[in-house]
Design a protein around this ligand. Structure first.
Ligand SMILES: *[C@@H]1O[C@H](CO)[C@@H](O)[C@H](O)[C@H]1NC(C)=O
Length: 438
């Protein structure tokens, strides 16, 4: 009796233990990057998925391993993509057909050109030389030997390079359900050449790209946003006061813009070092390919403007007016283009930044527009006879100003500046943290 209960206890314990270990992590293949190519999401030695490949004469042998985590029937698939998105991709899929996992199979399929659906090829085994699959300790592994080239546009030639899309999802009634969205499948950080033995992680980080992004955010979202507002709306604040022999607004404007300039130049150099020349952003959308072009324009403007400022003519001359206008115009164009460039930048796969960063940048742009609008309106109300062009002509603006304002400055305006600095700092910190930690 005692023996039997001990056995029962052991059996229960074993069951619990087995349950705990169901879906144990896939372990990293030590031969990755040495005798085979690999793409995975390993951290340390444990992965949720691992894809390996070896090219042998006119075929490529793939293995796909995935930690099932849950027991219901699932599918896993490797998509070969010419861009980084789902759509027009040649797919190798491994499916578990029943709940206990005794039945599984391998097919070739194709992601529709419109992107949202996947269809088995008319003859879903043509191009597969051999295949096998198994589930051991909750890890689903399938091996497929595929012809490098067959005469079917939906079965891509494996001599070409592709982005890899790994996806998984549930099966229901023998059919694949849409892929799981947490995490989203995402593409490999670069194209893969199946004739090479790379060891590529989906989580690969590009620290220089991150540094580039953080510097640009600091330059434009922080330094330029405050520096530009000072020059545009605070020329008449702090009358008579100076910092190091210069007007207060001018001193802070100059310091902030020099910081912005230095960050932009550093970020520009860093990204050229990272891509070793010009980035064509292969496989990206037209919109994304505009990033390097816009980046060069923005950087050029960011270099021209301080040079112009160094050469500024004397106050009160005709050329001074031309300078003021050009300085304002170049600064404004650069600032607007920089926001657009950053919005595109965070969508680039090498930035590996979550897409909600786009919304934060848009919120920042809306905020910056609103604060300038508020300051503009307030400036109008400050001057009795309509709004003088404070930027273009300081002396006339001073004439329009009420004597008491000239003496004390304007409290509301200073509070607005304080609020602006706080909000801008918050935007900057949030964006830099998001870029840095992902
Ligand atoms: C694929 O390769 C195998 C073995 O090399 C060959 O027998 C088969 O005919 C090839 N299939 C196609 C469709 O080319």
């Amino acid at each position: 009796m005692r023996f039997q209960s001990t056995c029962l206890l052991l059996a229960i314990l074993e069951l619990c233990f087995a349950q705990m270990h169901y879906g144990g992590p896939v372990s990293r293949d030590v031969m990755c990057g040495i005798s085979k190519g690999c793409y995975h999401d390993c951290s340390g030695n444990s992965c949720t998925f691992l894809i390996t490949w070896i090219t042998i004469s006119d075929r490529v042998d793939f293995t796909l391993s995935y930690d099932l985590q849950e027991s219901y029937p699932q599918w896993i698939a490797l998509g070969l993509s010419r861009d980084v998105k789902m759509g027009s991709d040649s797919v190798i899929e491994c499916v578990i057909l029943d709940a206990d996992g005794t039945n599984s199979d391998v097919f070739l399929s194709y992601n529709a050109d419109t992107g949202k659906s996947n269809f088995r090829n008319d003859n879903p085994k043509i191009g597969i030389i051999s295949s096998s699959s198994s589930i051991v300790d909750g890890i689903f592994t399938c091996s497929i030997s595929r012809n490098i080239s067959i005469n079917d546009p939906k079965v891509f030639n494996l001599n070409d390079d592709y982005y890899l899309l790994f996806a998984n999802g549930r099966m229901s009634g023998g059919l694949k359900m849409p892929h799981s969205k947490d995490p989203l499948p995402g593409a490999s950080p670069k194209k893969v050449d199946f004739q090479t033995k790379v060891d590529l992680s989906r989580n690969e980080k590009f620290p220089l790209v991150k540094a580039h992004g953080c510097l640009m955010v600091f330059a434009w979202v922080f330094a330029a946003s405050i520096g530009i507002v000072l020059a545009r709306y605070y020329k008449l604040e702090w009358p008579g006061k100076t910092v190091c022999k210069e007007k207060v607004w001018f001193q802070f404007h100059r310091v902030l813009m020099v910081i912005a300039f230095a960050c932009v130049v550093a970020a520009f150099i860093i990204i050229f070092i990272d891509v070793m020349g010009w980035s064509y952003l292969e496989g990206s959308t037209m919109f994304q390919r505009a990033h390097p072009i816009l980046g060069v324009i923005v950087t050029a403007l960011a270099v021209i403007n301080p040079i112009l400022a160094l050469l500024r003519p004397h106050r009160g001359t005709r050329t001074r007016e031309i300078f003021s206008w050009s300085h304002w115009f170049i600064g404004t164009v650069a600032h607007i283009l920089s926001v657009l460039t950053m919005i595109i930048g965070v969508t680039l796969s090498r930035a590996s930044t979550p897409l909600y960063a786009v919304w934060i940048l848009i919120a920042y742009a809306v905020y910056q527009f609103l604060i300038e609008l508020i300051l503009e309106i307030q400036e109008c109300t400050l001057f009795r006879r309509g709004k003088p062009s404070a930027y273009r002509n300081n002396s006339s603006a001073e004439k329009y100003r009420q004597p008491w304002e000239t003496q004390k400055g304007n409290l509301l305006r200073r509070i607005l500046l304080g609020v602006h600095v706080i909000i801008i700092t918050a935007f900057t910190v949030v964006l830099i943290v998001i870029i840095a930690i992902h």
